[in-house]
Design a protein around this ligand. Structure first.
Ligand code: SF4
Length: 238
């Protein structure tokens, strides 16, 4: 077993807080090493539940995903949802469709809604530009108008975007609507703009980074080219 992995496993076993490099090394754990890692994770989970006064009780929050647009100017396709205009009925969901999806989610017991969208799709796709023009929005406004529905409502907004402009907009809306930092959250994909997660955490924001083993492996299975993207993203660390 490689030294870095052995050391990271030992530190996980001892309950030491791991840094990002160690977490990345642990992604390569297989076989006995993976079983060791899972046992450490289970201990941390059980201790956390006991410390929170609810031993053995795991809660979760159902969420509904709202794909505001599946178009993107970038071609990395790490998300796997980005597609082309000819595969979609429209470039963006209409406000009514957004509300309909949110209502369906609420009817099914969802407590959270997550907007997903590509980065500046109108800069690549004429169909996106035309849709925005036809509906009287520029790209930011289209996002902001829909997002306001959540920020001004009772929901728990989650902003799944790496776009600095979108993050600024969400922070500004939170201030205007008087939301505490724990009343909304940012969600980022592991490996894309990694220092953004640290910056937002340092500002006191709730940040969820999608790195679970199964999720990552599923993304690889869906699109093997993601492996090259993942390696490049972590090598560049921009
Ligand atoms: S930039 Fe984001 S939304 Fe666009 S293709 Fe890449 S992962 Fe998907």
């Amino acid at each position: 077993m490689e030294n870095g992995l052995r050391r990271a496993l030992r530190r996980a076993r001892e309950g030491v807080a791991l840094d990002a490099v160690e977490a990345e090394i642990l992604l390569s754990a297989r076989g006995d090493a993976l079983a060791d890692l899972c046992a450490s994770a289970a201990r941390v989970r059980d201790q956390g539940l006991a410390d929170a006064g609810r031993p053995g009780v795991i809660t979760y929050s159902k969420k509904v995903f709202i794909p505001l647009t599946r178009l993107c100017r970038d071609r990395c396709h790490y998300c796997t949802f980005a597609t082309t205009p000819n595969r979609l009925p429209a470039a963006f969901l209409s406000p009514d469709e957004v509300l309909e999806i949110a209502a369906q989610g609420a009817a099914l017991g969802c407590k959270e809604a997550l907007f997903t969208l590509g980065d500046h799709p109108e800069e690549r796709w004429p169909a996106a530009r035309e849709w925005l023009d036809a509906h009287g929005y520029d790209s930011t406004l289209a996002y902001v108008r829909a997002m306001k529905t959540l920020f001004f409502g009772r929901g728990h907004p989650m902003i799944g975007s790496h776009d600095p402009r979108m993050i600024d907009v969400a922070q500004s809306l939170a201030r205007r609507t008087g939301r505490d930092l724990n009343e909304f959250e940012f969600q980022l994909l592991y490996g894309i703009r990694p220092y953004e997660a640290e910056r937002l955490r340092a500002l006191g924001h709730a940040v969820r980074v999608y790195v679970p083993y199964g999720y990552f492996m599923r993304r690889l299975a869906e699109r093997p080219a993601n492996l090259a993207f993942f390696v490049r993203a972590n090598a560049s660390r921009d």
